[in-house]
Write a protein of this length. Sequence first.
Length: 185
Amino acid sequence: MTATTTGYLVRRAGPADLPGARSVMLDTFYQVFGIGYLPGYHHDVIDPDTVYLRHPRNQLWVAEHEGVIVGTAAIRAQGPAHPPHPAELARRYPDETTAQLFRVYVRPEHHRRGLATRLVDAAVEHVRTTTGFDRLYLHTDARTPGALEFWLTFGHIVYDARGPHEGFQTVHLEIALDRRGEPAH
């Protein structure tokens, strides 16, 4: 799916897009989230070619503006790993039939232009039309301003792992894949 609006192009990524996509992702880890690169969680960013372009069920999209990659979104054919996520989620979302939404990032200077929504829409449509996926899962850190509110426009909470402890405030969600807006079961 390729679309342009107000000078932005949202499309599937190719090999030439990977340096720009990697830059968006790493800058988000360091400058937006303030956590930096975590090898146990961010290995896909170092080798997006193998993870997203060469894997037959994974996919990466980019948002481009004036020849520069300014946003990303990705799908990986995998459920939430246990650990660090609860075992019940790993059972509910098995790797064989679950698509997980990853790396939905837009550079801050390009926010409020609908790019994240367009990137997510492309990913959701891909999952809906790809044989073998029954569910679309994602998790977000509720400490990120606006993140949970944004994701609730697409899906519903299936597990809230927020607590009084320091660290991540993870909320797990599912996005409906059927055309009627109900979760696939």
